[in-house]
Structure formats: C-alpha cells, structure tokens
Write a protein that binds this ligand. Structure first.
Ligand code: BGC
Length: 434
C-alpha cells in the first residue's frame, strides 16, 4: 500500500524547469487586509469584538510613502495582495477606483524597477461571498473566478501571481478549528472547501496563462504554501511519532503531491487514506513557500481536534513574541522536500514578531544563511520575501506582534526604520545568488 505518511518521489513530474526567473528576487511581503482593513470584509464583522483595527496603519492612504520605503531598503520585488471586498463590495458592484488603486501600486513599483508579485486571495473575503457562497459550496468557484477574470484582464504589468495564500491555514482556521471565518468545525466541509479552492487555483492558472501574449515574459503562477517543521512531542513515543508523520504529510506534503499527481490524499489517524481528484496537476510555475517555525505535537483527547501543539526553545534561539520557536534549519528541510517539484522555489514569507531589532537581525541572518547553504547545495531557490514591510494587524493576535522592518507608531502613524531594515539592505547588496 502507498504509505501516505512519507513523501514519495514522483514517477512522472509534469513540470519543466525552463521557467527560471532571470534574477534573484529580494523582497518584502504584505497583505492588504492586514494594512488596510476593509468595511466590506468578512473579518471586519468577525473581528468586531476586538478593539484593534487592521486599518490602523492607514496604508490605503499612505501607500505611496510606504512604497518609497521599498526603495530605501533596496528590494527588487514586492509581494502584496488585493482586498477583494474593496474591489467587489457587493455581489454585483465593482469599485473601479479600488482597481485603479492597485494598478497605481503596480505602476509605482514598475517605475522603481521593483517586480510586483500579486496575491489574489489572502485570507479575507467580501462579506456577501462568505455568507452566500462559502468555500464548501460549489457556487464559490464561479464567484471567485468572476473576480479573478476581472482582475487578470484589468491589471497590467504583473508577471508573478499568487492565487491563494496558505489554503491549508485558511481551511484549518475556518473549518477545523473554527476560529476564523466562516467559523465552522466540520472536517468534511473543510475538505470540500479545499477542493473548491484548489479547483479555483487550477482555473486561475489557465486564465493567467491564456491572457499572456507572446510579447510578455512568461507568467509565473503559484500558491503561497505554509510549511512548518513538524516534530513529535516526545521522540521516543510511537504515537507522537505517528501523529507528526501524518501531520507532516497532510500539512506540508499533500499539496505538493497534488500538483504532481492531480489528486489529494487525505488521511486521518487510524483511518484509510482517501484520494480526491483536484485539477491542479502541473499548474505551478514556481512554488511559494511561507516558513516561520517548528511545532511539536502529541495526541490529547482534551484538546481541540485531539491534538496538542507546543513550541519549545530547542535550538536556544528563544521564542518569538508570538511564542513561536526559532528554528532556521526547518527552512532547509521544507525547501529540500519542495525541490522534488522541479520548479523554482521562492520563499514568499519568512519573518519574526519581535520588538527587539537585534533579534530581528539575528533571525534574518540565520534564515538567510540556511538559504545560502541550500542554494549552494543545488536547491533552486529564486527569491526571498521578508514578512513584513511595516508593523501590521496580525489576525487573531491584533497589533502586538511586530513583524515590520519599519515600526509604526499607531498614534502618529509615523514609520521608523528598525535596524533590521538597514541589515536587510546590506544583505541584499552583499549576497549574489544570480
Ligand atoms: C500569513 C500572514 C501572517 C504571517 C505571520 C502567514 O502565515 O500569510 O498573513 O501575518 O503568517 O503570522
């Protein structure tokens, strides 16, 4: 029997490696809702109970000033997302000004020689969508595609696209744990929702490629896949080991296999794996990897979903302000594994929540050292995006988690560089991965 707990080597790999980006992308990543908020987004009403508001940085108005910070750092790429609910605040209403706003961002980036990477979907939805067409409903696919079609035909000058940011995180939060919209705890619906999201990815991939003309550089389309180093709570305990193996397969590897085989293997402890066809075989020009931390796990019937997770400071680098373990070596593991896809890899997010500039610098240095070693070992990594440009709204954690290269004073709205911004500039100038 095929052991789904182990990543198996593909028999047939549908990708070719001709699609190499010409230059190494040094970038920073952001998401629209985390900087701009939106009165029409599902999270806005979800989060009403929280006092902290995502539009607190006023980035929607101050975007030109914030984009100028990219030049100060010296990055040659910028990953940002579109807030779908601003563009389509009601089901049949399109806001042309919002589209023009995002086009302006692209135009500014291009005039500064900064490669835009556009994320179509970064966790949030228009409220009408999540109420009427949540992802477990098949009609969600058509609705998302109408949005994606519109964007792909309207926005000019984008080569790098991320269809979905962290589809698994979206499903775990929205359907397994129920802590994010649509707030369900129903694994079956979650799997259905994932199928629909992946169906959208496949179709959007085709739309983007079909719109590209010969004169344009080949489009580069991916998802941003959150990958974590996953380990048993106690490495001598066979149950903990089994759990972390299954989790590793499901969380990190099953999506990669689905891009190779066109089928998603879903396996729950002590149950037979189920294979679900998903139309994404070969629909990937690079893989976006978001990497942050390592998680230890064990079974615990008193915890949500029967699993207990914890972070331990094993490497001695400490935990971040969000309590996450700093484990740079995990980046090498996930990159090595992802290289089996035979497409270029781009680290689309990596960063630390801390108010301590020195810790931010050390975090960055340690991860980029690992990246350098991976590239020397022949892993085809073509970009690194630090998360994030400025302090922003960190979902359920609110405003306390400070990921920014620039600090934001939420009262005066002043942006102030951390020493990590200068360090990143120095790294970009001194490292040559071309
Ligand atoms: C998400 C970001 C988030 C970051 C830090 C990533 O998983 O894409 O939206 O802010 O992690 O938690």
């Amino acid at each position: 029997m095929h052991d789904v707990t182990e990543g198996t080597d593909p028999v047939y790999c549908p990708f070719s490696s001709e699609a190499l980006p010409d230059k190494f992308l040094w970038g920073v990543a952001t998401s629209a809702f985390q900087l701009e908020g939106s009165p029409y987004a599902d999270w806005t009403s979800w989060d009403e109970i929280l006092s902290e508001k995502p539009d607190v940085t006023d980035h929607y108005n101050l975007y030109k000033k914030d984009l100028a910070l990219l030049k100060d750092i010296g990055v040659n790429a910028y990953r940002f997302s579109l807030e779908w609910s601003r563009i389509q605040p009601r089901e049949n209403v399109w806001d042309d000004d919002a589209i023009a706003h995002y086009q302006d961002i692209i135009d500014i980036l291009k005039s500064d020689n900064i490669e835009p990477m556009v994320t179509l979907h970064h966790f949030t939805h228009p409220l009408w969508f999540i109420k009427k067409y949540p992802w477990h409903e098949d009609a969600s696919v058509e609705k998302f595609l109408i949005f994606a079609e519109k964007i792909v035909s309207r926005l000019k000058g984008v080569r790098y696209w991320i269809t979905f940011n962290e589809p698994y995180v979206l499903i775990l939060g929205g359907y397994f744990e129920g802590c994010t919209p649509p707030g369900l705890r129903n694994v079956q619906l979650g799997v259905k929702a994932l199928e629909n999201i992946l169906a959208c990815h496949g179709k959007v991939y085709d739309i983007i490629h079909s719109k590209a003309s010969d004169a344009m550089a080949k489009p580069m389309v991916s998802v941003a896949h959150n990958m974590a180093a996953l380990a048993p709570w106690n490495k001598w305990n066979p149950l903990d080991k089994l759990l972390s193996k299954i989790a590793k397969y499901f969380y990190n590897h099953s999506l990669l296999d689905a891009f190779i085989t066109g089928s998603l293997s879903v396996k729950f402890p002590f149950k037979k794996a189920v294979k679900i066809p998903v139309p994404i075989k070969g629909k990937l020009d690079f893989l976006g990897v978001n990497y942050y931390t390592r998680i230890h796990m064990r079974f615990n019937p008193f915890k949500k979903m029967g699993v207990e997770l914890r972070h331990r400071d094993i490497d001695g680098y400490g935990l971040t302000d969000m309590g996450w373990e700093i484990h740079p070596h995990g980046l090498a593991k996930v990159l090595r594994y992802s290289s089996k896809l035979n497409v270029p890899l781009i680290i689309t997010e990596n960063g630390i929540a801390t108010r301590d500039d020195q810790r931010k610098i050390k975090f960055m240095k340690r991860h980029i050292d690992v990246l350098e070693k991976c590239i020397k070992d022949g892993i085809n990594v073509r970009g690194f995006f630090y998360w994030s440009l400025i302090d922003n709204y960190e979902w359920l954690q609110g405003l306390d988690a400070r990921f920014g290269l620039y600090k934001v004073d939420f009262d005066t709205l002043k942006r102030k560089p951390t020493n990590a911004a200068a360090y990143y500039s120095y790294l970009i100038k001194s490292m040559d991965f071309s």
